[in-house]
Design a binder for this molecule. Structure first.
Ligand code: NAD
Ligand code: MG
Length: 393
């Protein structure tokens, strides 16, 4: 029996994880569940999985969660302390499925007690890469990458000590605007940008996929996970999303991982590791697909990759700033306060305006994050003093 805590249980990663628990009730028991702001959805999950602790991140919803769970003998908590407490409970594996920098403190709490962490929250490795890795090493935690490309690389690297690796390739679907003109991208609405061709994911990462900021963040994530420099990390646009990552070895062999675009595949690899769990995910039918195609990303329409590579090379505070500015810019785009192409423009402006020293502890990471957020807000207000009143999707 493996005990499991799911941080971000109501999200796309969280629900995919719980779907795997449903397939293996004899193998997994849920220790804690968390969510941010949907107490009813969280309560429903708590009644079903009966965790030791159920935590709502936004304390304003705690009363409603308590009311929904009253009389069921289920403990609850709220706020960041609650999230950290959930991660600190003695579960064998913690699935880090919170979106954004909000996942950093709770995921770090799991690392600090030496847990196995199935990491979907890439922001930990981007905003606090070196500190996060150092904590993993110091506390003997085990890090298993959930992000599909990194999970693919992790699988394709099995049996290698890394010295025989020439380079790593991660694939990108190209998102909804793979073939769009600059004019179409400039006019893109949140609805259009949220229409991802292959994956069903949370709103933040879906917009990041459309701008390809997600792929940029993933280059930094790959750099942190596999210790290779920028020039040995490649991105290929692969519209079918079947090949997720490839390891190029020094003998000319390329080992790739393939699978349908369903996050239950990489999550199940993490939950079962080192075994493979049986799963009911759709099987790959290559004859039916017939064609797999690959193309280089277009640097003119997708400047995010260049910006992220510069942050990767600069290291220090740059990735922290990139992550923070992107979170603010994506939220502003979803609120219709800025246009689609402004997302990366705002990020570049904040990066140009801020050059703090490399963070040496988590407090410094949060301080840089806060400063970058406030500069991003300022950049958005300067460009777009007028707010549009249409409601967000
Ligand atoms: P989502 O928006 O669907 O779910 C996010 C979860 O985090 C929800 O349970 C929400 O309640 C919780 N949450 C949001 N803000 C919070 C806060 N401030 N404090 C505490 N909890 C909060 O997001 P998702 O698509 O599941 O993505 C989760 C993470 O996994 C992200 O870091 C994303 O980059 C990564 N990821 C997701 C996918 C995917 O297919 N969805 C793939 C690869 C990586
Ligand atoms: Mg990914």
């Amino acid at each position: 029996m493996t005990t499991l805590t799911v941080l971000g249980a109501t999200g796309s990663i969280g629900l995919s994880t719980l779907a795997l628990v449903d397939e293996h009730p004899e193998r997994f028991r849920v220790t804690a569940l968390t969510a941010h702001s949907r107490p009813d959805a969280l309560a429903e999950l708590a009644l079903r999985y009966r965790p030791e602790l159920t935590v709502i991140g936004d304390p304003r919803h705690h009363r409603q969660l308590q009311e929904r769970l009253a009389g069921h003998g289920l403990a609850t908590a709220a706020g960041e302390e609650g999230l950290v407490a959930a991660a600190g409970l003695a579960a064998d594996c913690v699935v880090a499925g919170i979106v954004g920098i909000a996942g950093l403190a709770p995921t770090m709490a799991a690392v600090h007690r030496g847990a196995t962490v199935a990491l979907a929250n890439k922001e930990c490795l981007i905003a606090a890469g070196h500190l996060f890795r150092a904590a993993v090493a110091e506390h003997g935690a085990r890090l298993l990458p959930v992000d599909s490309e990194h999970n693919a690389l992790f699988q394709a690297l099995a049996g290698s000590d890394g010295r025989d690796v020439e380079k790593l390739t991660i694939t990108a679907s190209g998102g909804p605007f793979r073939k769009a003109s600059v004019a179409e991208m400039r006019a893109a609405t949140p609805e259009a940008a949220l229409r991802h061709p292959n994956w069903k994911m949370g709103a933040k990462i879906t917009i990041d996929s459309a701008t390809m900021v997600n792929k940029g963040l993933e280059l930094i994530e790959a750099h942190q996970l596999f210790d290779l420099p920028d020039e040995r990390l490649d991105v290929l646009v692969h519209p079918q999303s079947v090949v997720h990552g490839m390891v190029h070895y020094q003998d000319g062999s390329v080992i790739a991982q393939l699978g349908c675009s369903d996050m239950r595949v990489p999550i199940s690899y993490c939950l079962g590791h080192p075994e493979r769990l049986a799963s009911s995910v759709p099987r790959l039918d290559l004859a039916k697909l017939a064609t797999l195609s690959f193309e280089p990303p277009d640097p003119a329409r997708f400047p995010a990759l260049r910006v992220a590579r510069a942050c990767l090379r600069a290291g220090g505070a740059a990735p922290t700033i990139l992550n923070a500015a992107d979170e603010v810019a994506v939220a502003a785009f979803l609120d219709r306060r800025i246009g689609f192409l402004d997302i990366v423009a705002v990020i570049e402006e904040v990066l140009a305006d801020l050059s703090p020293p490399s963070p040496t502890d988590l407090a410094a990471v949060f301080a840089i994050d806060a400063e970058a957020r406030s500069l991003a807000e300022q950049a958005i207000r300067m460009r777009f003093p007028r707010t549009v009143s249409e409601p967000a999707p």
